[in-house]
Design a protein around this ligand. Sequence first.
Ligand SMILES: Cc1cn([C@H]2C[C@H](O)[C@@H](COP(=O)(O)OP(=O)(O)O[C@H]3O[C@@H](C)C(=O)[C@@H](O)[C@H]3O)O2)c(=O)[nH]c1=O
Length: 186
Amino acid sequence: MHIKRLNIEGPLLFESRLFQDERGYFTETFRQDAFREAAGDHVFVQDNRSHSKNPGTVRGLHFQMDPCAQGKLVTCLAGTIFDVAVDIRPGSRSFGQHVSTVMSGGDAVQFWIPPGFAHGFCTLTPDCLVAYKVTAYYSPDHDRGLAWDDPDLGIDWPFDLKQATLSEKDGRHPRLRDLAILEKEN
Ligand SMILES: Cc1cn([C@H]2C[C@H](O)[C@@H](COP(=O)(O)OP(=O)(O)O[C@H]3O[C@@H](C)C(=O)[C@@H](O)[C@H]3O)O2)c(=O)[nH]c1=O
């Protein structure tokens, strides 16, 4: 398993080896030992999957408040997505900055996003399947969002933003500067 560190302390890219043969391929998608060594002790308690029909679908940016903050290990099983994690850890040196990656079905890459980040993605092809493990259960009471197109975040979404498809909920998240929960710390 190859592990790539990114510009922000915390998020990681895990790349597994693909064993190809005439049948197709085999790959290990998760190893507790390699994960723990690189990312620390986290326990995954829930696995999720979403399907997005159209390119230009945006989901995010989402996070859960403490004590239900979630670390997420994200992978793309089909299609191609642009995935992004924004640092909203109070007091972090990289607060408000983000890291991103493009992931496709079959490339055996997993994106580790620790608790304290807002996460989202957009789809670049039809029929994107995204699967992810999380370290805390879904809690609607702690579920929060951040505006995916907040200009202060400077995310270079690689599609025509005017064509974005998103949920009603994702269309009304606050900008980073208006996130009340963070005002005091930063
Ligand atoms: C996230 C989640 C949603 N739901 C329900 C609530 C709602 O009725 C329906 C759809 O939820 P959402 O619109 O929030 O789904 P979605 O926009 O796909 O939300 C996901 O987006 C990505 C970017 C993430 O990072 C995830 O953690 C999660 O927030 O599914 C659960 O039952 N369990 C869950 O864990």
